[in-house]
Design a protein around this ligand. Structure first.
Ligand code: E4P
Length: 219
């Protein structure tokens, strides 16, 4: 399972890239707003800076509600950076836009997916990747991870090539379970990435090895 960073914060992306474990980035209007990135020109500039840090796919979300607007935005975003994935919501208008953009060979991240049926429609329309939102389903008392498991199983059963990206990840257990469910990608907040590296027994082990080394003469 590949790891993407779910952030528009350049410092987090820089630090994630240094770890050598991050292959892509997902952004959305809320993440951009959180970094004070307002307006299309500033979003484009920020996305271009992100693309300088990460070679892999960068997901950039449209804000239009109608298919024509999404198509126009998607075609524009596709020119911003070398490896864009245009994020299109799992709506009726979204599926129309996905089918047109996919025919233009533009890569699509079908976002805000909350059901297997939306994942079926997206795959037929031509989504490159579908993003089931785990945390937001958990938040309303539904098992978000079950949706990832169901989509992965169904795509495998039918030989569907659309990738599955576990999104709306809240904690490290989500990462473990998404990998176990067979997700191709998990897009995670930077804080979760840092937690994945942590274990108190690793820290204690490093410290004990150093103490023993020093006792035995050191250097
Ligand atoms: C994915 O592409 C989305 O940007 C993201 O995972 C949304 O997560 P949230 O529910 O934490 O906002």
């Amino acid at each position: 399972m590949k790891l993407f960073l779910d952030t528009a914060n350049l410092e987090e992306i820089r630090e994630g890239a240094e770890l050598g474990v991050v292959t892509g980035v997902t952004t959305n209007p809320s993440l951009a707003a959180k970094e004070g990135i307002g307006g299309r020109d500033r979003y484009r500039a920020a996305v271009q800076e992100i693309a300088d840090l990460i070679d892999g796919p960068i997901s950039v979300e449209v804000v239009s509600l109608d298919a024509a607007g999404m198509i126009a935005e998607g075609r524009d975003i596709a020119e911003w950076i070398p490896n864009p994935w245009v994020k299109i919501p799992s709506t009726t208008e979204g599926f129309k836009a996905i089918s047109v953009l996919a025919r233009d060979d533009i890569k699509i991240n079908q976002t805000l997916c909350f059901s297997v049926n939306q994942a079926i429609l997206g795959a037929q329309a031509g989504s490159t990747v579908v993003s089931p939102f785990i945390g937001r389903l958990d938040d309303i008392g539904q098992a978000g991870m079950s949706l990832v498991e169901d989509i992965v199983a169904l795509y495998r059963q039918h030989g569907i090539s659309t990738l599955v990206m576990a999104a709306s990840i809240r904690h490290t257990l989500h990462c473990t379970l998404a990998a176990r469910a067979g997700a191709d990608i998990a897009t995670i907040p930077y804080g979760v990435l840092k937690q994945m590296a942590q274990h108190p027994l690793t820290d204690a082990g490093v410290s004990r090895f150093l103490q023993d080394w020093e006792k035995a003469g050191g250097a």
